[in-house]
Design a protein around this ligand. Sequence first.
Ligand code: PLP
Length: 416
Amino acid sequence: MMAPALARTAVGYDTASVRADFPILAREVHGHRLAYLDSAASAQRPRAVIEAVDHYETHCHANVHRGVHALSQAATDAFEGARERVRRFLNARSAKEIIFTRGTTEAINLVAHAWARPRLGPGDEILITWLEHHANIVPWQMACAATGATLKVAPIDERGELRFDEFEALLSPRTRLVAVAQVSNALGTVLPVARIVKAAHARGVPVLLDGAQGVPHGGADLQALDCDFYAFSAHKLYGPTGIGVLYGREALLREMPPWQGGGDMILSVSFSGTTYNDLPWKFEAGTPNMSGAVGLAAAIDYLEDLGAAAVHAHEQRLLAQATTAALEVPGLRVIGTAADKAAVLSFTIEGIHPHDLGTILDSEGVAIRTGHHCAMPVMDFFGLPATARASFACYNDDADVSQLIGALHKAREVFA
Ligand code: PLP
């Protein structure tokens, strides 16, 4: 496996060597250099991740947990080793608390099914915020519809910040769970999760954090965060698709029934009864995504080698630079101006539909996201059908920002 680029932090952040780790960035799009500014949707993978997955597929693959032969043991070691790597990354107390899922969406659904539904009844409440991704709205709507519980939504303000007082006022004796994003994917707002957890716990209410956008921008020390559930996807953290993690506090996971039945989640099966497996396998029915787990572990190694703090500072610099330059584009309005923002720049330009903007930018080699970003309530709040969103990651550089801004001016000329 190739070593990631070295000496990035000693003499400042060496973007060129980081970019060289990502083979896809060498390709052209429509005859232009690729400016990939859609990492909030899915980040690109460094060679270290691609090679780790390739190594697993080439040398280690077999089914896990079940075989006595050498390959099955190699695959099991790789898979369980990846779990331990995730545990260390999250600073969780035990690998029993790390459940592999298909991603954030499946992790939240797991909690909605196995933790929330058996506990909810008419009059009970789940509290979320107006900023949530659909993955942290719809599973709760479904759980409420099935149980008679009510979904409560804490409002935001014009900057896209949570109205904390109103959030706190919505915590009631009937609140059974608080489920909030760590970072909004649509606006970049960093939510005050430490305060949220503290306020909820003061009333005995557990908290689920949707870390899909939080984990790539500063990581997650779960013992410091003190949340009860935490969900994230590998593909937003420079890892593969189809793999993610649910962290759950061990005591809560123990109380929960399995949510899917099948192989691997059992200790014994007979027609007179089935005994479920121990944690974490109780929640991992069927053959898991072993190569994905290996890729996720490699992505964590990669990010930690870069240094989460160095990456964060680099992204913040690009965000500030892009925001300042974008505001000089006539008619451009930044949507989401929270004081604490991750590297997401959401905007509209008067007279240009975001989809048209996205198409023009694509023709200039600039990849951004346009649409509702799976956060339709946020769009409704701002009275918009869609925004354009540029998001920055460890491999973006000043040239990406210039290419973005140049393409925005070009779009203005097209629609003038
Ligand atoms: N939550 C947030 C905040 C997200 O940004 C996303 C994806 O964009 C998700 C949840 C869903 O992630 P996935 O599609 O990987 O399950």
